[in-house]
Design a protein around this ligand. Sequence first.
Ligand SMILES: Nc1ncnc2c1ncn2[C@@H]1O[C@H](COP(=O)(O)OP(=O)(O)O)[C@@H](O)[C@H]1O
Ligand SMILES: [Mg+2]
Length: 324
Amino acid sequence: MHAIDVRELRKSYPKKIPLPFRKVEWIEAVKGISFRVRKGELFGLLGPNGAGKTTTIKILTTLLEPSGGSAEVLGYDIRKDAREIRKRINLVAEGERTLYWRLSAYENLKYFARIYYVPKNEEKERIEQLLRLVGLWERRNDLVMNYSRGMKQRLAIAKALINDPEVLFLDEPTLGLDVQSAVFVREFIRKLVDEQKKTVLLTTHYMAEAEELCDRIAIIDHGKIIALDTPSGLKRLVKGEDAVQIRVRDLSFQGIKSLPWKLVIVKEDAERGTVTLRGHVSEEDLPKVVESLVKTGAKILSVEQKEPTLEDVFIKLTGRALRD
Ligand SMILES: Nc1ncnc2c1ncn2[C@@H]1O[C@H](COP(=O)(O)OP(=O)(O)O)[C@@H](O)[C@H]1O
Ligand SMILES: [Mg+2]
């Protein structure tokens, strides 16, 4: 049995059209996706904003009904066995808002322990253990509203572990965190899988995070899975293709469109007026690419050859860059 088994899952949202038209249009957020997550696996859904990641997580955690297809979590059907699933899973939602900011960390966990019927004789020990695990034990009596964004997220994760779930769902767990907190959260997630044998499904739009953290990754775009493999398996799609990164100033956007090489913008620095382009360019073509860019009026600041990353996989599959 798989921890998660998703078959042809679909979700459409009604889009309200203002009067006087009175018709309903549908937005297809998830367009028939299938994947399986093994027990003890750290599985990532990687994709840009609006790809359908949150919708998928909401369906798998029984918060949202799918429009079509089916899914099982720990062998239980998401439509029929929601209660059984909810006992065995937990979720850290995007931009966590389910903590009580006017309560302390300790009081929050006590509250959620009661909601999950954690046996009274285990409650104290469980809460202490979790608070220590996420490094908040010393600050346990502080009100959550005085916590930093990173501390709130660590508490949200502790809260999600209160029922000792077999499967943990994390929606963009490091979104908006400072670098240090993000590192802590990533290492923590990896440890949950390696040491506590949890199954984790997380979503992210950070390439590097997915690559560094996940055992396998499904790349999702416009509601469809366009690739699914281990990080190294995915990178084999661009093996031997040199990734070239060129930083320029005064780029004319018309200019790059007219080039016969596919270069996509991976970064824009409005303040400095610089743009970073990336693409697959062979060594012999490189001087020509640079020359053509100069002809469009761009000033070349740097040209670097890079090891192909997941970014290049995404560019190859979609013709676009996956940007923040
Ligand atoms: N409640 C909703 N009503 C209507 N459209 C929605 C709703 N939630 C999400 N969408 C749309 O569905 C698509 C997928 O959204 P979402 O699952 O949030 O993507 P992601 O988490 O990958 O950014 C987007 O086009 C989004 O605008
Ligand atoms: Mg989302």
